[in-house]
Design a binder for this molecule. Structure first.
Ligand code: GLY
Length: 302
C-alpha cells in the first residue's frame, strides 16, 4: 500500500505479442521494457519534486511518442494508404477535464495537442484537418508525416501486399499517475492498427474507452484492439470497479475478463487508484509496463 503523500506512476507500451513482430512490427529486439522504464523514471522524478499528475502523464506520453520503439508519434504503424495517422487523449481526474485528437498527420507529439484542446479550447475532441489547423493556431509547428515514419515501418508496409490489417494496435502507449495532492490523471497515444483505413479511429482518443481519470475513482489507460475496447468502455468500466471497492489489480483483471468474455476483445489496462496503488491486466501474451513501487523504485516487466 502506498503512503497517501507518495506519488505514483504507471506506464504501458502496448498490449501485444511477446516479440511484438505481429503487432508493432518492430521485431523481438525492440527495447520496449527499457523505454517504458525511462518514461516512468522521468515522470516519477517530476512527481517527486511536487509536479502534478497531469504534467507527469503528459511527460511520460511525450517521451514514449518520441521513442521509435512504440506505435505512437515517431515510429507509428502505417495506414492502408501508407502514411501515419495519430490519435491521443488525456484526462484530469481533479476537474474531469479532457482533451483528445484523432487522425492527426502533421504533429510530432499529439499528446501535447490533446493538452491544448483541454486547456485552450472549449472542445474535447478535434480531428483531422481541424486538429492540424488548431495546432498551428496554438503555435505547434507542422511536422512532416514522413518524419514520423521510421524505416522499419516503411519496410513493413512495403511488404504488406495481401496482408490483412492487424487488429491489436500493439505498441500503443499510456500513462496514469497520482500526485502528492491525491489528484490522478491518465494519457494514451497511438498510431492505431497496422493498415487501418484512413480515418479509422480506435479507442485511444475516446474518453471512457482508451482513457479515464476521476479522483473519486481511478486513472486508467487502455491498449489493444480498439473497437471491442470502445464497446465495453473499458477505461471507465475499470475506474468504476475501483470506485465500487475493488483494488486496482482486481479491477484491471475484471475489466479484461469482461473485454474477453463479452466482445472477444484483446488488450490490456494500467490503473492507479486514489491510494496510489497500481494495477495491470492484459489478455495478450505481453504488455510492456513500468510502475513506481511504494518506495519510489521503478519496476518494469514485459
Ligand atoms: N488501441 C489502439 C487502437 O485500436 O487504435
Amino acid at each position: 500500500m502506498n503512503h497517501p503523500s507518495t506519488p505514483a506512476i504507471a506506464v504501458h507500451g502496448g498490449a501485444g505479442s511477446l516479440d511484438d513482430s505481429g503487432t508493432s512490427g518492430l521485431g523481438p529486439d525492440a527495447p520496449r521494457e527499457a523505454g517504458v522504464g525511462r518514461a516512468a523514471s522521468a515522470a516519477w522524478e517530476l512527481l517527486r519534486r511536487g509536479g502534478s499528475a497531469l504534467d507527469a502523464v503528459v511527460l511520460a506520453a511525450s517521451l514514449l511518442e518520441d521513442d521509435p520503439t512504440f506505435n505512437a508519434g515517431t515510429g507509428a504503424t502505417l495506414t492502408s494508404a501508407g502514411h501515419v495517422e495519430l490519435d491521443a487523449s488525456l484526462m484530469d481526474g481533479a476537474t474531469l477535464g479532457a482533451g483528445a485528437v484523432a487522425c492527426v498527420k502533421d504533429v510530432k507529439n499529439p499528446i501535447l495537442l490533446a493538452r491544448a484542446v483541454l486547456e485552450r479550447s472549449p472542445h474535447l475532441l478535434i480531428v483531422a484537418d481541424g486538429a492540424s489547423a488548431f495546432a498551428r493556431e496554438m503555435g505547434i509547428p507542422a511536422w512532416p508525416n514522413e518524419r514520423l515514419v521510421i524505416p522499419q515501418q516503411r519496410a513493413r508496409f512495403d511488404a504488406s501486399a495481401g496482408v490483412k490489417p492487424t487488429t491489436v494496435g500493439g505498441g500503443t502507449i499510456g500513462a496514469v499517475a497520482r500526485d502528492r495532492n491525491g489528484h490522478v490523471a491518465a494519457a494514451t497515444s497511438t498510431g492505431g492498427t497496422f493498415l487501418k483505413r484512413p480515418g479509422r479511429v480506435g479507442d485511444s482518443p475516446i474518453i471512457g474507452a482508451g482513457t479515464y481519470a476521476d479522483d473519486r475513482l481511478a486513472a486508467v489507460s487502455s491498449t489493444g484492439h480498439g473497437e471491442p475496447i470502445i464497446r465495453v468502455t473499458l477505461a471507465r468500466l475499470v475506474a468504476d470497479l475501483v470506485g465500487a471497492g475493488r483494488s486496482p489489480g482486481e479491477a484491471a483483471a475484471e475489466g479484461i475478463r469482461i473485454l474477453g468474455a463479452r466482445v472477444a476483445g484483446q488488450g490490456g489496462v494500467i490503473v492507479v487508484g486514489p491510494s496510489g496503488d497500481p494495477g495491470f491486466a492484459f489478455n495478450t501474451p505481453a504488455m510492456a509496463r513500468a510502475w513506481s513501487d511504494g518506495s519510489g523504485n521503478i519496476r518494469t516487466a514485459l
